[in-house]
Design a protein around this ligand. Structure first.
Ligand code: FAD
Length: 289
């Protein structure tokens, strides 16, 4: 099957462009290496009366007061609600050299299992990179060994011109249980917005999120708002059976209930991992209503 009229963009060039634009905006400030540990919506707003605002707390003890907050942290910081409606998958990638012009520049997506995809990226004057990805599995629930080798063999069988493999890496995908990204007002909040569950399309969805959330803050109707709304789950009660199932499945897979290896993700040394359970979790967020 061929899908026409597709486009690609370079994520870091796109991000650099967004930052260049932001720097020209009045009152724009950017703080790097600043960890947020809590987001709290305060005040009462009912039938257009009263007022709510948001306070963001940083690890260093600073507080930021804001009218609206967008939590674009990959996975939202709160313990329950939407977080429990997400599945976490590890995915693998390799970049293999191919002579320039020997592979057509298009996106190929497999239909077989395990899922694989191919794209092309510039390398140097002689070669392009064939980026081959896939072989994903639920986080912590499968053997991670041999995944790169499967990708490499699969690529070499189909692209005999494939040369040296220069890069291998893996990353995490976050998938909502109903398959569609959560973009908009967080469950239980009126002034806190989240963007999460991008699956393999979070860059594309990030562009869409910019428009959707800006419209929501400015009170402009957007026909896609309801489709992507994190509130589409209808609240915690309706989501409870799948939340419990999901949590039990995860805890069984990690062979622990309520146990925790570390108190803070910042305690992890490079190249190590650990279980951080919600008990004693340093993050907090208000969920009202
Ligand atoms: C191998 C791979 C291939 C992919 N391919 C594609 C693709 O082809 N197309 C596509 O559209 N998508 C793709 N994706 C998905 C896409 O990369 C992600 O969905 C997207 O990057 C998510 O962007 P984000 O800004 O929402 O979150 P992130 O990129 O995760 O950024 C979140 C940021 O928040 C920061 N942060 C987290 N917690 C805190 C805190 N407490 N305080 C302060 N800062 C915090 C993090 O440091 C990070 O900088 C791919 C993903 C993988 C792993």
């Amino acid at each position: 099957m061929v899908t026409e009229n597709q486009a690609t963009f370079h994520p870091t060039e796109y991000l650099a462009g967004v930052l260049r634009w932001l720097r020209k905006q009045p009152n724009f400030q950017c703080y790097t290496h600043t960890r947020v540990v809590g987001i709290h919506e305060k005040g009462v707003e009912l039938l257009g009366m009263g007022h709510k605002s948001v306070t963001v707390h940083t690890e260093a003890g600073h507080m930021i007061q804001a009218e609206h907050v967008v939590e674009a942290t990959g996975i939202p910081l709160q313990r329950l609600s939407v977080v429990a409606e997400l599945g976490y998958y590890r995915t693998y990638c390799i970049a293999v050299r191919v002579p320039k012009g020997s592979v057509e520049d298009c996106l190929l997506c497999g239909t077989g299992k395990p899922y694989k995809y191919v794209s092309l990226s510039a390398c140097d004057a002689q070669d392009d990179y064939l980026v081959v990805g896939g072989c994903g599995h639920p986080v912590g629930q499968a053997d991670t060994a041999g995944r790169f080798e499967v990708l490499e063999q699969w690529a070499r069988e189909r692209f005999p011109q494939a040369g040296k493999t220069d890069y291998r890496w893996s990353g995490q995908l976050v998938e909502p249980t109903d398959g569609l990204e959560f973009i908009g007002k967080n469950q239980g909040n009126n002034k806190v917005y989240i963007v999460t569950g991008g699956s393999g399309n979070g860059l594309t969805h990030g562009v869409l999120a910019g428009r959707l959330i800006a419209d929501e803050i400015e009170g402009k109707p957007n026909e896609w708002a309801a489709l992507y709304s994190p509130k589409r789950l209808g609240g915690m009660i309706r989501a409870l059976p799948s939340i419990v199932k999901h949590d039990v499945q995860l805890n069984l897979a990690y062979e622990r209930f309520l146990g925790t290896d570390i108190a803070n993700s910042a305690d992890l040394k490079p190249g190590t991992g650990g279980i951080l359970n919600a008990v004693g979790h340093p993050f907090s967020i208000d969920v009202q209503g």
